[in-house]
Design a protein around this ligand. Structure first.
Ligand code: DGP
Length: 113
């Protein structure tokens, strides 16, 4: 999508700190890190949110979850980590391109809400 920040990052029009890429998935460091390791993992097709996942595009989500352990290992997250996706207004999603946050590198707070 032409006005999507993450589509522009995937396309190279906006610079990013890449940590992983294959033909379906792109991963880069969050610009506002909330933990020592904070990586965003996105599909290379524009899916607006988790609410837009369907049988046509779910292979991208599967590939993302294959990439996550590889990224976590490369980032040294041997003691665990958290994977989060925010969805829609109540989920406080700010960028409307499906993305999964990988957070780690410290003991994370237990509370989610
Ligand atoms: P969310 O609230 O789940 O939609 O998280 C969006 C995240 O995207 C937020 O943690 C900040 C990050 N972000 C927004 N714009 C950019 C950008 O231009 N570059 C990078 N690296 N991260 C961005």
């Amino acid at each position: 999508m032409s006005d999507c920040i993450f589509c522009k990052i995937i396309g190279g029009q906006i610079p990013s700190s890449k940590v992983f890429e294959d033909e379906m998935v792109y991963a880069f460091r969050d610009i506002e890190p909330m933990a020592p390791v904070h990586v965003l993992v996105v599909p290379k097709v524009h899916i607006p949110s988790a609410d837009g996942v369907n049988t046509e595009n779910s292979a991208y989500v599967a590939r993302i979850f294959e990439a996550i352990p590889q990224i976590a290992a490369a980032e040294g997250l041997t003691n665990g980590y958290r994977v989060i996706t925010n969805c829609g207004e109540d989920g406080c999603q700010t960028v409307k391109h499906l993305h999964f946050h990988i957070l780690g590198g410290k003991k994370l707070p237990e509370t989610m809400a």
